[in-house]
Structure formats: structure tokens, C-alpha cells
Design a protein. Structure first.
Length: 443
């Protein structure tokens, strides 16, 4: 009986954030314990990188017809440095940068391939509290806005926020509104303010106060601010509730009692609201405030969560470590350490047409049907037209252009695609749909 040769396919989330024109290099190696696999046989595979922090989220074994033989539990593969026997680079042989995407890596020695999805389009910000040298009870902490490069974990302090965000507890959170303004909350009775933060300087401006002891905040796709109120008592959860806040006059409306002292809130792209309390990941019904615990994150020091534009949930541990979190199981996967202590807020800035263009400009020539440079230039012009429409407030026209002019050139339907790499198509559609949903919230 002829042995079926299996194809090993891994979907690996690598977190990469490009800053400026820098191109970080990712070197990835895959080793397996068998040269040829028979049907249903267990296979041990190890994936290493000597330069990049990454987490393998999904791991499948397929047969030669593409049928799934087995799904293995996600597990951590962020050990480095290691001996690398396959090199994959974010630049091709001509030196052009290859943007995050999905690439098939084939090893000629063994019949196997790895599907590597590198996620990293977007800008990630964090709020960190730096301790001062003053002894207690005067040991305040200095609140600093930080930008994080998830590939190298290089984290850059943008500036000190001020505006009453300097305090000695964990009751802080970050969220971007629908206009791209970064908001923070200080859930301490002494200050108890909502603050906007300049992402260029880190400087905070007090906007107002609801009079509530708010800790977690999150804007939904419609621009409505939800906040977790601890009821003016951090030690009694009976008064904890979810509220909606009007950011023009800082009045609020009760949604419902949560009975959890929620430290951080975040909306997923599908509109699901999540919270974190003392290391527990929670699903929060934004219509009633009812909380459904998902699971324990493994550490009590998780105070901040957020979602990237590609739908991946991230969390920050109080020691500055960044994790990817499975929102279905609460399983955490270590990414890297930022080196910034007391990280109490995380937020991705809204996706922009420029973010999508950065991805497209980095694609190799082989991802285009023909005339790669011309196609890149044309797509750049189209995306800048979208940006001009957004700047002019013509959100519906921007949506129409994305939907009817740009998406059809990379959606894999028909013969009109300019971009033909399947992985790049899939990732771009995720990004474009994210931008469309964001713009729909502005209508």
C-alpha cells in the first residue's frame, strides 16, 4: 500500500510593527522528527527564531488532499537564539522589504511547508507607571506613554502624560475614539478624570470627570464610550457596574451591574466587549453589564487588553510583558518584555489607508499579476484618495472606493486581481474590512 505523504501546515502569528523605514529581519527554522509521514502518524515539529518573538497559535496536520488529520493544542515557540536551518527574511533577494503577510515556506529535504502569517499592521501604545524614589506614602508613579514594536519589543517612551495620571494604583486604561483621539482614565478618587493624550508628545489634557471611580474604558465602533465603574469602592464589587459616558458633557447612563472590579476593557472587531479583573478574562454584555468569565490568564497582574486591527487580542502584564491572548479560552502566549514596569493600559490606533499601503508596498513582485511597480503606485494613489475623502469627511465615498475600486483588485474573485498571492489577499481583505467598519462607525 502506497504511503500517503502528509503536508504539515502551521499558522503562526508573528507580531511585527514597522517603525519608519526600518526593516526587522525574521529568521525562522522548522525541524521535524520524520522525513516522510504515513497517514495519521504523530509528528513532532519545532519552530524557532533567532531574532523574532512569536507565538504559534494553530497547528494542524493535513493529508495530501488537504484534509485535516489532527489539530494540536497551541503552544509556545518563542525560544531563541537557536540553530536556524531555514532563513526567511522581510527583504527579498533584491533588498526590497516584504511586508507582513502569509508565505509558504517549503523545505526541499522534507515534504512539508509552513504557513507563516506575520501580523503587525498598526500602531500599539501603552501607558506605563514609572516609580519615583520617594518613600511611601508619597511614592507616586510617573505616567508615561510608550509605543511598542512587537517584532523586536523595542519600546519607546513618547513622553510623560501628567494630567493627574500619575498615581500609585492600577486604575488606568487607554482607548482610541472614532476620530483617532487617545483617551485615558484615572480611576482614583483624588483625580477621577478622563484625559486625552497627544500621541506625538505624550502630554495629557484633562477633559472632565463623571464623578465615578472608573477604571476600564473602551469605545465601541459607533464611538460610544463604555466604562467600568467600581462604585467608589475598590474593595466591594457589589456596586461595580458598566456605564455609557457622554464625552461632551461627561454625564453617564447605567448599563448594568457587573459585580467585577474590571481593570481594563476592549472591544473585539466583531463588537464583543471583553474585560480583565485580577487576571480573569471576562466577556461583558454591553447591553446589560452581565459578565461571563472566560478563564484565568495564569497571572493576577493582567491589567490591560486590546485588539489589533487584524483581530488579535493582546494583554499586558504588570511587569511590562506582552502576551497574545486567545479570547475563547483565555490562554496567554508570551510575546516579549518591554522593559517598562507597571503597564496598565494598551490601545491600537485606528487603522489608516497609509497602514494598508505600507503593507502593499512591501509585497514582492511575485505577488502581483504583472507590472508590480505600476500596480503599487496605482494602489498608493487610490489609497491616498481614500485618505483625502476621510479628511474631507466624505466617509461614504471612502467606503465606496474601498469596496468597489480597491477590494476587487485583491479579493481572489474573477480574473481582475492585481495582487495574486493568496495569503496577501486574505490579509489585505481583513485590513480593508477593518477600515470599512471603522468608517461606517463615523457615518
Amino acid at each position: 500500500m502506497k504511503r500517503k505523504v502528509l503536508r504539515l501546515v502551521m499558522s503562526v502569528f508573528l507580531s511585527v510593527l514597522f517603525i519608519g523605514s526600518a526593516s526587522a529581519q525574521c529568521k525562522i527554522s522548522l525541524t521535524t522528527d520524520k522525513d516522510v509521514y504515513k497517514y495519521g502518524e504523530d509528528v513532532t515539529a519545532t519552530l524557532y527564531s533567532d531574532t523574532c518573538h512569536f507565538v504559534m497559535m494553530y497547528y494542524y496536520v493535513f493529508d495530501s488532499d488537504g484534509n485535516i488529520i489532527k489539530r494540536l493544542d497551541p503552544h509556545l515557540v518563542s525560544h531563541w537564539p537557536q540553530q536556524v536551518d531555514y532563513y526567511w527574511d522581510q527583504t527579498d533577494s533584491s533588498g526590497r522589504q516584504v511586508s507582513p503577510g502569509t508565505y509558504e515556506i517549503a523545505d526541499p529535504k522534507h515534504v512539508r511547508s509552513v504557513t507563516v502569517t506575520i501580523l503587525g499592521v498598526g500602531r500599539l501604545y501603552a501607558l506605563s507607571l514609572r516609580p519615583t524614589s520617594y518613600p511611601a506614602p508619597n511614592s507616586w508613579k510617573i505616567a508615561e506613554l510608550v509605543e511598542i514594536d512587537l517584532c523586536t519589543c523595542a519600546s519607546t517612551k513618547i513622553g510623560v502624560t501628567g494630567a493627574g495620571l500619575d498615581q500609585s494604583q492600577w486604575s488606568l486604561d487607554l482607548s482610541f475614539d472614532s476620530l483617532g483621539n487617545l483617551w485615558a482614565v484615572n480611576g482614583v478618587s483624588t483625580w477621577n478624570n478622563l484625559v486625552t493624550i497627544d500621541t506625538d508628545t505624550g502630554a495629557g489634557t484633562v477633559m472632565g470627570s463623571t464623578g465615578l471611580l472608573m477604571e476600564g474604558i473602551a469605545f465601541d465602533a459607533d464611538g460610544i464610550l463604555y466604562a467600568a465603574d467600581s462604585g467608589l469602592n475598590n474593595w466591594d464589587n457589589n456596586g461595580d457596574r458598566l456605564v455609557q459616558v457622554d464625552t461632551t458633557d461627561f454625564t453617564y447612563a447605567d448599563v448594568g451591574t457587573t459585580y467585577y472590579d474590571i481593570d481594563g476593557l476592549a472591544f473585539a472587531p466583531d463588537g464583543t466587549l471583553y474585560g480583565v479583573d485580577s487576571g480573569w478574562l471576562l466577556e461583558v454584555d454591553k447591553a446589560s453589564g452581565t459578565v461571563s468569565p472566560i478563564g484565568y490568564l495564569g497571572y493576577g497582574g493582567f491589567y490591560a487588553i486590546t485588539f489589533g486591527p487584524d483581530g488579535i487580542m493582546y494583554g499586558a502584564l504588570s511587569n511590562g510583558d506582552i502576551y497574545i491572548i486567545d479570547p475563547e479560552t483565555a490562554a496567554p502566549y508570551y510575546v516579549c518584555s518591554t522593559g517598562f514596569p507597571y503597564m496598565v493600559g494598551l490601545a491600537f490606533a485606528p487603522l489608516t489607508p497609509s497602514d494598508i499601503d505600507d503593507y502593499i508596498q512591501g509585497l514582492p513582485e511575485g505577488c502581483f499579476k504583472n507590472n508590480a511597480d505600476q500596480r503599487k503606485n496605482a494602489l498608493y494613489n487610490k489609497l491616498m484618495e481614500v485618505q483625502d475623502l476621510i479628511d474631507a469627511g466624505d466617509y461614504q465615498e471612502a467606503i465606496d472606493k474601498l469596496t468597489h475600486d480597491i477590494k476587487p483588485k485583491m479579493d481572489g474573485e474573477g480574473n481582475n486581481d492585481w495582487i495574486t498571492c493568496t495569503g496577501a489577499q486574505d490579509y489585505l481583505i481583513i485590513l480593508i474590512n477593518t477600515l470599512i467598519e471603522y468608517l461606517e462607525g463615523l457615518l
